[in-house]
Every structure is written in structure tokens, then in C-alpha cells.
Design a binder for this molecule. Sequence first.
Ligand SMILES: Nc1ncnc2c1ncn2[C@@H]1O[C@H](COP(=O)(O)OP(=O)(O)OP(=O)(O)O)[C@@H](O)[C@H]1O
Length: 222
Amino acid sequence: MMIKLRNVTKIYEHRELPALKDVSLDVQDGEYISIMGQSGSGKSTLLNIIGTMDYLTSGEYYYNDIAVHEMKGDKLHEFRRKHVGFVFQNYALMKSYTVFENVELPLLAGRYSGRERKKLVNEMLEFTGIRDLADKKVTRISGGEQQRCAIARLMVAGGDLILADEPTGALDHEMGIAIMELLEMLNKRGKTLIVITHDQEIGSRADRVIRLADGQILEEAK
Ligand SMILES: Nc1ncnc2c1ncn2[C@@H]1O[C@H](COP(=O)(O)OP(=O)(O)OP(=O)(O)O)[C@@H](O)[C@H]1O
């Protein structure tokens, strides 16, 4: 089992009601899951805890049997760097950088030569279909292209888990489907994919749909 959450509760400071209440969830290696539910139901909180962007208040979180809920500081940072790739609605790219420079970023910390970096980045730009935009500033390309750039960047970083929070939220329907197809290709290649969406059609593309209501898993479909 890749992800194992047991009785996870999250209570934000100065909040009375928990954002997540006693949530238990198993995710297998290579699964494709969508998380749906009304605004405020706890979707982002759940994703952020899985991605270790946030701490749980109580409960347990195991990742390949490693107790993530016991990790802190550098270890947590290392865990996130090694395993997790995030995709956000607003792309979260470096605005003053080119497409190439954005995708190259995760490699700068490693021991790659300039030539190796160039090869890897170009491969990913090819895969995501934006090779010809390599030298453009990301502010000069469309939303769909920016999301492709963000996906190329997470591929370069090389984690085994992709967490996407409304990745199509700022895109028109057609562009959104194209982005989902790209993420699904990565899932087919073995990466575990968890996607938050408000869009029923997009949500139902996943192998499993998890519905949240008031911080609890209401039902699982498929
Ligand atoms: N940093 C925070 N501090 C305090 N309360 C928070 C924080 N983040 C989220 N919350 C609260 O926790 C609850 C769950 O929020 P969360 O963002 O996880 O919901 P969501 O389902 O992702 O909503 P949306 O669809 O609007 O993004 C909400 O009541 C929200 O106001």
C-alpha cells in the first residue's frame, strides 16, 4: 500500500470545527483517484496533508510503510522532494523565467551537467508538447501551455505521486481535457495520480471517486 491514512483529523488554529474528521484512506501504487465535494469540505486539506504541505493534528499517515506523521524538518522536506509533484490551478511557475528555465529548476540542485539538464528538459518539453515554446517567458503563453510547463517541471523532478488541486480550474473545457490526458499518460506510466476537481465529467475519469462532506469521506464510487 502506498498511502495509508488512519483516523486523520486536522483542526486549523482558531477554528472550532475540524477541516478533516477521522479520515481513513488507502491508496495503491499507481492508482488514479479524484476527490470531489463542496467548497470547504476539506479537499485541499486532505491533498496538502498527503503532500506534506500541512501537518495533521491527530492520526497516522504511512507512505510505503514509512510513518510520515512522525517526520519533521529536513526529513519531511526530503520526503516531499523525492516523492511528491504538485499541480495547481494557477500553475505556480516562476513568472520572470522562460519555459525552459522553469522546467530546469528542479535539476539545478542536483549534480547534473548543463548538457544533461538540457537533454532532460527538452525530452519533457517534447513529451508535453511545448518544445517550440522553450525560450518564451511563461507570462507570454496560454494557460494550457503554462499547465503543460508545470507538468514538464514535475516530470523532471521525478516523484512517484502527482497531486493536482483543480488543475483544469482556470482552463476552458477542451484545454482542461487535454491537460487531464497528459496527467493520465503519466499515471499509465506508473505514477499515482490524485486530482481535486469540481467538474463531474473530469472527476469521473478516475478509477475511484472520493466524495468529501464536512471533512469526512461520504462515499467512494467505482
Ligand atoms: N489555513 C487555514 N486556516 C484556517 N482554516 C482553514 C485553512 N485552510 C482551510 N481552512 C478551513 O478548513 C475547511 C476545509 O478547507 P479546504 O480548503 O480543505 O476545503 P476545499 O474542499 O478544498 O474547498 P475549496 O473547494 O473551496 O477549495 C474550510 O472550512 C476552510 O475554511
